[in-house]
Design a protein around this ligand. Sequence first.
Ligand code: ADP
Ligand code: MG
Length: 212
Amino acid sequence: MTAPFSDLPLKPALLTNLNTLNYTAMTEIQQKTLPLVLDGQDVIAQAKTGSGKTAAFGLGVLQALQVERFRIQSLILCPTRELADQVAQELRKLARAIHNIKILTLCGGMPFGPQIGSLAHGAHIIVGTPGRIEEHLRKGTLKLDDVQTLVFDEADRMLDMGFQEVIDTIVDQVPAQRQTLLFSATYPDEIDSLCARVTRKATLVQVESAHQ
Ligand code: ADP
Ligand code: MG
């Protein structure tokens, strides 16, 4: 049995909401990463699909967020629109107790106009696919100067899809002084070189899936 979320130094509003959601105990990857994530450290985490990786980085992002500061404080990169939508949905669920929080998804295959309109209104958290994020940066419709937490979700798939160069371009525009969290279902060799470029003094946490 893993520990309860109440062992973590989370805002009371987040803890109350986790209870409401019936998230009683942490999953193994959450228990192993959240103390480091909440301490502001860089973390590289590998655990199989369905192990609760979204909340492992999501609670870190939400805990660090200052809602009264209406700036983009976190960027979460995902390989596909479908996955970005899932992450945004889970984040909104976890953030239900935080009023006025704005989470915006920016993905390819969607028209630019509404995205530019939404960006003009501002957001706290952006969840998106690398290609579209890079296009907004190029157009000048997105600025990442205030990002404090950069998250790579499903990093293995983003590398498979050839996003390496686009990712480098994006990372160049995020402040060097930041927390970087990289989550992946598998750990292929190429992840090492990505981690070397984007993380600093990161802790590697791997949860083996023993019964597969
Ligand atoms: P992964 O990203 O590792 O594939 P997800 O973050 O999508 O996994 O989580 C899988 C499912 O488990 C989601 O439906 C999520 O709401 C649920 N979940 C995550 N953490 C917990 C928890 N501690 N207790 C109960 N359900 C959880
Ligand atoms: Mg996931």
